[in-house]
Design a protein around this ligand. Structure first.
Ligand code: HDD
Length: 686
């Protein structure tokens, strides 16, 4: 028997037993329960003498420490996660018999993990990358893991290319750099030889690749799955998560500077939001369609490099996810969580998407090497919250003590009065019967052969500013590619995606445009889909946005307080910054800053306010931290609210008046936006 602290109480008798039971977690012991008297000194022969091998306390401590690490995930190594719930808001029993979609208001516990793909576990949060969006639903008919990304399509069509894709994007094999970056030879070499990557590539090169916050990302199941109702009726489905705060992104220079200012920018943001009670929330929506609709599309619904525009199949919101609890222990929960696309429940089923099919093997397989045992499902974060039972037995780290002899099925032990153990049930998960006929071959369907129409659709759906960001990002990445023939090959593909994009990248690099490739399948015009643009769908709100108020000696306390109050009333967040962290004499009293200016560059905030006396404005105009603070806020297209005293600082930082540079009373409104139009004044847009 174990008490609450996990300490065994099951030995000894009488007083001895009671004494042990009283011992809580405040007494330090060895792993086998022996109380430790000294945690400072190892056992030695004489005070200055050699350490003795006999010291079991030292040996156990060092032994355990030496083995604390487990292999990080081969991809998506850096991630952050939280607990919460899924709530069904619009039941769909006519489409799916999955229990979590059965009743309005039904809540299902979830664990969600967000990640970058390429970087190691200790890398940074804001590189340009795809983000993982993995959700484990602990349903009452077993765990369903929807292991998706923040981008609705994937780089490759067939799982057999996954190791090549990942080898190419991770740090290069001989030199072990660059870390967490796709801007290098091997990645662009691979993608330029595999034009099926172009669609996901253009998404990753767009503002989607540098999200503002994990709470401000969309999520996608990517593949086409099936929904199956109680009568066996099936439909195709694509799963979507839509953030309540709207989708928001950083600008590139800001994301690069954030890597220095706060490596943990996204992790901290998620953690602190949950601790504050600002529980991150997403709508859960389905795009449901049938074979007839699939047949009308000029691409294959089994091809994970394609999306179905919302304008063709609208989204139906059927639930919401709220994350309301941080993990107690990062290793136990976030690191040991194992997401498996093969974790599926009755009412949902796979399709023949060849990328999905390969994933069904890979994720189960990888957990054995990461977590070391086939019993990883017994780790609390991975275990279902409903009962589970079968005839699988033993193995490393087995924690269940199975009773009785029934470890095989069928058995007739019940006839002898013994427990026969679990048996299959007819209403359990059943794969829908499907006729399959075909030659055994290694081939790809021709319907997978158009690599250019959807990247073109994406390009055509962007605003002018979003297009400039894509062209600049590709220019930047290719400028880091040292092999000229790779740059040329990328451009020859971009010409087929869109001539304008190719021209802008070539001009940005200062090289001539090569011949366009001849595509395997000529692209078709898919028009545009406004739903794909972040800027066209911007949520004009202060909710989730963070404003810095910079003050100094002589600032007006009343102005600061009023501003703070109006921002927080609109659900924004405020941090007070000053050149010094100690109490500062301001007009109307004294005020203590939350953080020091030099340690809090403006990249950490969505908007800034400068509440400065004339004297402080003049003084700060000669302070590089203050000038950089304002210049960056301006260059990163943020709202800047100013008191008249801030003028010398604004002038020194090169700030020109525009819609985003306002007086203090207008800042709470101005801070709801970024000022994309300003960008053309600041740099030569690609
Ligand atoms: Fe994967 C992890 C998402 C294709 C093999 N993948 C992993 C995670 C996410 C995704 C979010 C992190 C899960 C977590 O937080 O623990 N992967 C995707 C998506 C894909 C995709 C959306 C395409 C639609 N992945 C993919 C393929 C393969 C893998 C084609 C292999 C054939 N992925 C893995 C893996 C990982 C993984 C090696 C590493 C750690 C893990 O599985 O548990 O098995």
């Amino acid at each position: 028997m174990a008490d609450k602290s996990g300490y065994s109480t099951e030995f000894g008798a009488g007083g001895e037993r009671q004494q042990i039971a009283k011992r809580g977690t405040d007494v330090m012991t060895t792993n086998f329960g022996v109380p430790i008297s000294d945690n400072e000194n190892s056992l030695k022969a004489g005070k200055r003498g050699p350490t003795l091998l006999e010291d079991f306390v030292l040996r156990e401590k060092i032994f355990h420490f030496d083995h604390e690490r487990i292999p990080e995930r081969i991809v998506h190594a850096r991630g952050s996660a939280a607990h919460g719930y899924f709530e069904c808001t619009d039941p769909i029993p006519e489409l799916s018999r999955a229990s979590l979609f059965a009743k309005k208001g039904k809540k299902t516990p979830v664990f969600a993990r967000f990640s970058t793909v390429a970087g190691g576990a200790g890398s940074v949060d804001t590189p340009r990358d795809v983000r993982g969006f993995a959700v484990k639903f602990y349903t009452d008919e077993g765990n369903w893991d929807l292991v998706g990304n923040d981008i609705p399509v994937f780089f490759i069509q067939d799982a057999i290319k996954f190791p090549d894709l990942i080898h190419s994007v991770k740090m290069e094999a001989d030199r072990a750099f660059p870390q967490a970056a796709s801007a290098h030879d091997t990645f662009w070499d691979f993608v330029s030889l595999m034009p099926e990557t172009l669609h996901t590539l253009i998404w990753a090169m767009s503002d989607r690749g540098i999200p503002r916050s994990l709470r401000m990302m969309e999520g996608f199941g990517v593949h086409t799955f099936k929904l199956v109702n109680a009568k066996g009726g099936e439909s195709f489905v694509k799963f979507h998560w839509r953030p309540k705060l709207g989708t928001q992104s950083l600008v590139w220079d800001e994301s690069a500077k954030l890597q220095g200012a706060d490596n943990d920018y996204h992790r901290r943001d998620l953690w602190e939001a949950i601790e504050r009670g600002d529980h991150p929330e997403w709508e859960f929506a389905v795009q449901v369609f049938d074979q007839m609709l699939a047949d009308t599309l000029p691409y294959d619904i089994l091809d994970a490099t394609k999306l179905i525009p919302e304008e063709i199949v609208p989204l139906r919101v059927i639930g919401r996810m709220v994350l309301d609890r941080n993990p107690d222990n990062f290793f136990a929960e976030t690191e040991q969580s194992a997401f498996l696309p093969s974790n599926i429940v009755p009412g949902i089923d796979f399709t023949d998407d060849p990328l999905l099919q390969g994933r069904l093997f890979s994720y189960l397989d990888t957990q054995k090497s990461r977590l070391g045992t086939t019993n990883f499902h017994q780790i609390p974060v991975n275990a279902p919250k409903c009962p589970f039972a079968n005839m699988q037995r033993d193995g490393m780290m087995q924690t269940h003590g199975f009773k009785g002899r029934a470890n095989y099925e069928p058995n007739s032990l019940d006839e002898a009065g013994e427990n026969p153990g679990p048996r299959p049930i007819s209403t359990g998960f059943a794969t829908l019967p499907e006729e399959v006929d075909g030659e055994k071959l290694r081939k790809r369907a021709e319907s997978f052969g158009d690599f250019y129409s959807q990247p073109r659709l994406y390009w055509n759906s962007m605003t002018a500013s979003e297009k400039a960001h894509i062209a600049s990002a590709i220019t930047f990445e290719l400028s880091k590619v040292s092999l000229a023939h790779i740059r040329q090959r990328v451009l020859s593909h971009l010409r087929v995606v869109h001539e304008d994009l190719a021209k802008r990248v070539a001009a940005g690099l200062g090289i001539d445009l090569p011949e366009a490739v001849t595509p395997f399948k000529a692209p078709v015009d898919l028009g545009q889909s406004n739903a794909l643009s972040i800027q066209k769908n911007w949520h004009v709100t202060l909710e989730g946005r963070h404003v810095a108020i910079l003050f100094a000696e002589g600032s007006a306390l009343a102005e600061i307080e009023h501003l703070k109050q109006s921002i927080t009333a609109a659900k924004g967040r405020v941090t007070l910054l000053a050149p010094k962290i100690g109490a500062i004499a301001v007009k109307g009293g004294t005020l203590t800053a939350d953080a020091q200016l030099a340690g809090s560059p403006s990249v950490l905030f969505d908007a800034v306010a400068l509440v400065l006396s004339e004297e402080a404005g003049k003084k700060l105009a000669h302070d590089s931290a203050a000038v950089g603070f304002v210049a960056d806020a301006y260059a990163h297209l943020k709202a800047i609210g100013t008191s008249p005293g801030a003028k010398p600082l604004l002038d020194r930082a090169g700030v020109e008046k525009d819609a985003g540079v306002t007086d203090l009373p207008h800042l709470p409104d101005a801070a709801k936006q970024r000022y994309w139009d300003r960008e053309a004044k600041l740099r030569d847009l690609a």
